[in-house]
Structure formats: structure tokens, C-alpha cells
Design a protein around this ligand. Structure first.
Ligand SMILES: NC(=O)c1ccc[n+]([C@@H]2O[C@H](COP(=O)([O-])OP(=O)(O)OC[C@H]3O[C@@H](n4cnc5c(N)ncnc54)[C@H](O)[C@@H]3O)[C@@H](O)[C@H]2O)c1
Length: 734
């Protein structure tokens, strides 16, 4: 080990006896390796020295962190880039640095164990070869698109060169992460070994097996190689593939997110104008355009909003340690939710018993839980076996005394839940946590059934549990701080994002969704064109239009939630009756094949739907007005929820609303959207609608006050991140 290493240097060089050089990345003071300015400077110093090491045949880049290779650029630093020019310069810096790595005189191998994402994968792509460990923590990908940006350290140019265009596009456009084996299949890694200890030998093997060569790598499989050669040579064919990819993006998210389109553009520039693998390449078209687009996007509103939501999700409360003591869980109710929740527990290392009062329901639920685990661990048989070993269906309510957590997900009715909770408490040991997945019942009314109500906490999962990352942790009047902390820790352990909410009707997500759905019901009664309404709200940034969302959640469920909201807030949520009539006629939405839409499938299984005949006049309502009404009501309800302290801050509200219901995600969530519109304008429009349509458009007092202090449009915003990234606050740029 020698200089320029100092004890605080992020990189050190180890010279092995057989001449192999190991460049080890271990960023001091951080749990993960990040490509910050200091680590990049240190890397550059090493690369300059290594450039003259003509004696060495092989350089292997490794990580000194236990479970991370390189986690990419430091997202917290994005906020310090004040304008497009400095963001572009940061990208150029990474590109030139990795070009130096690519131009080293010896063969280079990235030895990957743990997360190898974003800039980390771009570093690995600049190596000649990549070997990876076949362990669960090893994940490779370019998730930049999820932060609203193109990868900026050469990834858009190198990934297609290594794996071919057809394999590169899905990775670039979805940000999906791959296991080592999946990466091997597309040629992203050259060899997979069982354990991290085998990586150096694998690196030696890969190089010595005569696979050593310099210059741009080629996609691995012969078929893929042929396709890639065609795509490279025949521009119209390439244009066709890229156009189809753009159409697929547009069909999914319209034009809301600029990054995927920018990725397609910069990939094409790379093909059309070249951009090789080495040092000189960085000067050419594709790399230059990559840096330029990254610069523009990084300071643009969509990326700022997505980065803020990402940082907020990272800073969510609770730590896995708080839930480490939860080794055994008992889940009561094996329905849609209970089965999926039990599967997620077992998948996260908790011994889980799933119980249902009905044996057919238990059998069905257990089968669903096992299927869910099989899907999740389809690439890792060992992990699947372990997870299945931890999962146990149980027809009798036994084993409670050994459980650290009891969670009920039975029918949504107060008395059965109260009875079950009381019986369970009597059998549980005193330290066990008691949780309910209720979505609409009063937590305090449930807690009243317990001898020690402070142990009960709401742990509200969303459907489908496998993919919905939000968990509302509901704090009742008597819930203890310890119970809240353990529930948050549990959510983290499951890979979810906890948001602590107060025990108010609808908690947070259903609370802000209610006016969205109920105003849509009213608009249907007025004769709005439902297809146009759904489309305009999707274009406005809602993940789903309100009518299609009603059909998706089920009209019976929507009616129940509506009734809860009407009981709590009668002046705002009147019953229009359309949903009630549909439910009475057996139309429950997609699950029954009929709701506001008629749902069918084509012969090839694709979903098909057309608006149902509802006897409304149709088209009588102006769609732009309809859109304004629904969005304004969502914003007003958000401020009401803040007023009632359902959540503590606008940040938490936006985080929960975006993760739990896809509300205005590219705009940063409902309060951020309101502020971008200008709160004075929001209030003015609410007042105008109040004059026309009545009291449900009342602007809440807190919104009026906020409008008075921060009236005008404040975007674009600057993220003012604290040192740890946890104390995030937005302030308008001047
Ligand atoms: N479905 C959703 O989208 C959703 C979302 C979030 C929360 N929730 C909440 O989750 C809970 C369960 O919802 P679901 O949709 O899975 O319901 P479900 O009807 O699919 O399943 C409920 C199950 O509980 C069983 N059950 C009833 N009484 C029982 C008892 N005393 N002991 C043991 N099992 C009993 C039933 O046999 C049934 O299998 C409800 O509180 C619901 O509000 C549902």
C-alpha cells in the first residue's frame, strides 16, 4: 500500500504477489462509497500514476465496504449545483475521469459485491471486464431516470456498447436494478461467483482465459451480437427501435418526465456520431450531449422535485435496529392484505405465522403468500427456500406467546377487530407489539379494547403490498413512542417508507384522495366525459385519473371510505349517489368487470375498457374546469390535514401523497404543486369556485395564511439540504 494514500484517502492500492493490482475504494466516514468531489480527486491521482505502470497486467477495482460496491454520485450534492453550466461541468468531470480509467494500459476489472448503481455502474462500465458476486446485496443498474435525469458519467454511451441497444434501453428507461445473474445473462457482467471472496480469482480467470482484449466490448450472445451489428449499421432500423421505446414511455407517463426522452436522444447521438470506449471518446458527440442534457435536467423542476421526494424517503423516521427484536410475527386474516403482508415479513427474515378463521381463506391466502415469495426470489433459490421456511400457515390461533408482533388484517369492522385484539393481547407476552392494518377505523376505539392500549399502533399498508412503498404508521391518542418507533423500524426492515400520521379519519392518503374521487363522482353525475377527465388529470401529473382509480380500488371500498369521510366531514363530502347505485347493481369496478368502465380482455390478454353507459348526458362539463376543481380540492384538503396535524410537515404530506397515491409526483406532491402555482392564486380560484358551487370549496384558514406570507409562484425551487440530508427545507430561489 503506498501513496497517494493517506489514512483518510478513499482509495488505496494493494499490490498482490502475482502482480495483480487492487485499487480499493473505501470512503472514510460513510457507510457507502460515493463519487463525491473528494473521492473523484483521489481516484484521478491514482489513475494518473497507474497510467505509467507498463509492468502491470491487471488492475482490479474493489470496495472496502462490506455490502456496497459504489452507490453512485452523492445525491445530496445535487442541490449545490446552482445552474445548468455547473451541473454540466460536474458531468464532464466524471466522464473524463472514467475515460482515464478506460484508457489505462493494463486490463481492468470491476469486482462487484453489493450495490453497483448509478455512477458506480458507470465506473464499472469503464473497466474492461466486470465480475460480480451472486449474493442478494449485489445489484446493478442506472436508476438516474427515477431522479429525472440522464446518467451523466458516460452510462448512456457505454451501457449500449457493452450489452447492446435492446438490452440497454429497458435498464436506462426504467432504472431497474439487476441481480448478478440477470446482469450476466445480458453480458453486463462477465462472470458470476458464489461469494465475494472469489472475486479476485474470477478477475484473474477472466483475464487469463484469453478473453483479454482492449477496445470496445461486444454484447455476449451471438444472436444479440448480430442484432446489435444491424442496429449499429442501419440507422432507420435503430430509429424504429428508439421511436417504439419513446411511444412506450409516452403511453405510460405521457410527457410528464423529460428524462426518458433525453436518454433516447443521447443514446442515438452516441450511435450516430460515435463515441468510442477510451479517452478520446469523451470529446465526441454522445458524451458531450449527455453532459449537456444532464446539466439542464438536474436544475430543472422535475428532477428537483423527484430528488426532494427521494431524499425525504431516505430521511423517513425509524431505524431497522428498532425492529431487530421482531423475530416472530403472527398475522391474523389471510385475505388480500394479510397474505401479502405475511409474505413481506417472511421475505425480510421474520418467522411468520399466518392465520385465518376460515380454512378455505387460509389455504388461498397461503398460496398467494407463497406465490408472492416465489416471484420475489425467483432468481435466488436459497433465499426462497429460507423465506418459505420462515412462513407457516396456521388454522388455529396458537403460538401467540412466542410472537414479538401481532398484526391483524381481518374484515374492516370494529367489533370483530376489538374482540380479536383483546383475545390476542391476553395470549401475547408483555413486550410484544400489537398492530392493526385498518384503513378507516378509529384507532382509539380499537385500543380501548386492550388492557394496555399504548401497545397498539396502526401499520397501514397499501395494496398491492409488494410494490407500494408507503406505510402509514398511525399514532393513536395512547400509542407509546416505543410502539411508533418499532413500527417505523419494521417498515424500514421491509424496505418500505414509514410516515407517521395522526388517528384522523382516512389518515393521510385516503384523506387527500377523498375530494379527488368524490368530486369526480359528482362530475360524472354532471355528465363529464370520463375518458377525457381521466386523461386530463393524468396529464396534470396524477398517476391515475380519478374515475379509473375508483374502478381500480373497487367501488365497494370507495363507497366505504366515502361514508367514513362523509360521517367525519359532512359539509364537504356529500353523497352524490352514483357510486352507491353502481355498487347496488353489482358493479364494483375492475374486479367485477364493470364499474364506471366496462372491463374486458382481448384474446391475447391485454386489458380493454370502454366507458359504461351511466345515463349521464356526457360532455356537458368543461374538462379544464373539471381538472381545476379536483386539483384545487386536493390542495385545500392537504392544508386541512396539516391544520389538524395529520402529518407534521408539508414534506411528509407530499411524501405520503406521492408514494401512497401517486398525487402530482413530477410536481413534488400536492403542497409543492400548490406553491408552484402560487398559493394566492390557489386561494383566489377556490374562492371563485366557492361562489359558484358552494362551501366544499372553502379555503382553509391555514392556506389563506400561507398564501399571505408566500403568495406568488415560487418555482423553480432550490433544495437547501442539511449536512445529513435529513433536515430538508425548500426555499424559493430569488
Ligand atoms: N384491500 C385493501 O386495499 C386494503 C388496503 C389497506 C388496508 N386494508 C385493510 O386490511 C384489512 C383486511 O383487508 P382485506 O382486503 O385483506 O380483507 P379480506 O376480506 O380480503 O380478508 C379478510 C380476512 O379476514 C378473515 N377473518 C375475518 N374475521 C377473522 C377473525 N376473527 N380471525 C381471523 N380471520 C378473520 C376473513 O376470513 C378473511 O379471509 C382491513 O382492515 C382493511 O381495511 C385493506
Amino acid at each position: 500500500v503506498n501513496s497517494p494514500a493517506s489514512p483518510t484517502s478513499p482509495f488505496s492500492l494493494v499490490e498482490h504477489a502475482d502482480g495483480l493490482l487492487e485499487l480499493r475504494f473505501d470512503l472514510p466516514g460513510e457507510k457507502v462509497n460515493l463519487l463525491r468531489a473528494d473521492s473523484m480527486d483521489a481516484l484521478e491521482q491514482w489513475l494518473e500514476r497507474l497510467a505509467s505502470r507498463r509492468d502491470a497486467r491487471l488492475l482490479v477495482v474493489t470496495s472496502g465496504k462490506p455490502d456496497v460496491f459504489v452507490a453512485g454520485a452523492d445525491v445530496r450534492a445535487f442541490a449545490t449545483l446552482a445552474d445548468a453550466a455547473s451541473a454540466r461541468a460536474a458531468s464532464r468531470r466524471g466522464q473524463t475521469l472514467f475515460a482515464k480509467l478506460a484508457a489505462l494500459p493494463m486490463a481492468t476489472v470491476a469486482a462487484i459485491h453489493g450495490a453497483c448503481v448509478g455512477g458506480g455502474l458507470e465506473l464499472a462500465l469503464a473497466c474492461t471486464w466486470r465480475v460480480a458476486s451472486d449474493e442478494r446485496v449485489t445489484r446493478l443498474g442506472l436508476p438516474e431516470v427515477l431522479l429525472g435525469i440522464v446518467p451523466g458519467f458516460g452510462g448512456t454511451q457505454r451501457l449500449p456498447r457493452v450489452v447492446g441497444l435492446t438490452a440497454a434501453l429497458p435498464l436506462l428507461l426504467t432504472g431497474r436494478l439487476l441481480s448478478a445473474r440477470a446482469a450476466r445473462r445480458i453480458g453486463l457482467v462477465d462472470e458470476v461467483v458464489v461469494a465475494k471472496e472469489d472475486l479476485l480469482d474470477a478477475a484473474r480467470r477472466v483475464v487469463s482465459q484469453g478473453r483479454l482484449r482492449r477496445g470496445p466490448p461486444r454484447p455476449p450472445r451471438r444472436g444479440a451480437r448480430l442484432v446489435e451489428a444491424l442496429l449499429r449499421g442501419v440507422a432507420p432500423l435503430r430509429a424504429f427501435v428508439l421511436r417504439r421505446a419513446a411511444a412506450a414511455v409516452r403511453a405510460k407517463t405521457g410527457d410528464l418526465y423529460p428524462a426518458p426522452f433525453a436518454i433516447l436522444e443521447v443514446v442515438e447521438v452516441g450511435y450516430a456520431r460515435g463515441g468510442g470506449h477510451g479517452d478520446a471518446a469523451v470529446a465526441t458527440g454522445g458524451f458531450e450531449r449527455e453532459a449537456q442534457l444532464l446539466g439542464e435536467q438536474l436544475v430543472g423542476p422535475v428532477s428537483r422535485n423527484l430528488v426532494r421526494l427521494f431524499e425525504l424517503s431516505e430521511a423517513a423516521p425509524g431505524s431497522r435496529d428498532d425492529a431487530r427484536s421482531i423475530e416472530r410475527a403472527f398475522v391474523a386474516g389471510a385475505g388480500q392484505m394479510g397474505a401479502a403482508i405475511a409474505a413481506s415479513f417472511a421475505g425480510a427474515g421474520v418467522r411468520t405465522r399466518l392465520h385465518d378463521a376460515s380454512s378455505p381463506a387460509l389455504a388461498r391466502g397461503s398460496a398467494r403468500a407463497r406465490d408472492s415469495l416465489a416471484r420475489r426470489f425467483r432468481e435466488d433459490r436459497r433465499a426462497l427456500r429460507d423465506a418459505l421456511d420462515r412462513f407457516e400457515p396456521s388454522a388455529a390461533r396458537v403460538g401467540l406467546a412466542r410472537s414479538d408482533l401481532f398484526l391483524e388484517a381481518i374484515v374492516e369492522q370494529l367489533e370483530p377487530k376489538r374482540a380479536l385484539l383483546a383475545e390476542a393481547e391476553a395470549a401475547l407476552r408483555s413486550g410484544a407489539l400489537i398492530a392493526t392494518n385498518t384503513s378507516s377505523l378509529d384507532l382509539d376505539a380499537l385500543a380501548a379494547a386492550l388492557a394496555r392500549p399504548e401497545r397498539l399502533v396502526g401499520v397501514h399498508f397499501f395494496h398491492p403490498v409488494e410494490s407500494m412503498r408507503l406505510v402509514e404508521v398511525v399514532r393513536g391518542a395512547r400509542t407509546s413512542g416505543d410502539a411508533v418507533a418499532r413500527a417505523c423500524g419494521l417498515a424500514k426492515r421491509l424496505g418500505k417508507v414509514p410516515v407517521v400520521v395522526a388517528n384522523r379519519p382516512g389518515f393521510l392518503v385516503n384523506r387527500v384522495l377523498a375530494p379527488y374521487l368524490l368530486e369526480a363522482e359528482r362530475l360524472v353525475a354532471e355528465g363529464v366525459d370520463v375518458v377525457a377527465l381521466d386523461r386530463t388529470l393524468r396529464e396534470a401529473g396524477m398517476a391515475m385519473g380519478p374515475v379509473e382509480l375508483l374502478d381500480e380500488v373497487g367501488l365497494d371500498v370507495a363507497l366505504h371510505v366515502g361514508d367514513v369521510m362523509r360521517a367525519a366531514f359532512p359539509s364537504r363530502f356529500e353523497d352524490v349517489g352514483v357510486v352507491r347505485r353502481l355498487v347496488a347493481s353489482g358493479a364494483l369496478g375492475r374486479k367485477s368487470g364493470r364499474g364506471f368502465y366496462v372491463h374486458a380482455r382481448t384474446r391475447r390478454g391485454a386489458a380493454l375498457r370502454r366507458p359504461a353507459e351511466l345515463g349521464a348526458t356526457g360532455g356537458a362539463v368543461d374538462v379544464a374546469e373539471a381538472r381545476e376543481r379536483t386539483l384545487l380540492l386536493v390542495v385545500a384538503e392537504s392544508w386541512r390535514a396539516l391544520e389538524e396535524r395529520v402529518v407534521a410537515t408539508e414534506d411528509e404530506l407530499d411524501l405520503a401523497a406521492s408514494l401512497g397515491a401517486g398525487i402530482l409526483v413530477p410536481h413534488g406532491g400536492p403542497t409543492r404543486w400548490g406553491r408552484t402555482q402560487g398559493l394566492a392564486r390557489v386561494v383566489e380560484r377556490l374562492d371563485a369556485w366557492r361562489a359558484r358551487l358552494g362551501a366544499r370549496f372553502d379555503a382553509p384558514e391555514s392556506l389563506r395564511r400561507a398564501a399571505a406570507t408566500s403568495p406568488s409562484c415560487v418555482g423553480p425551487h432550490r433544495l437547501d439540504a442539511g449536512r445529513t440530508g435529513s433536515a430538508l427545507r425548500w426555499r424559493p430561489s430569488t
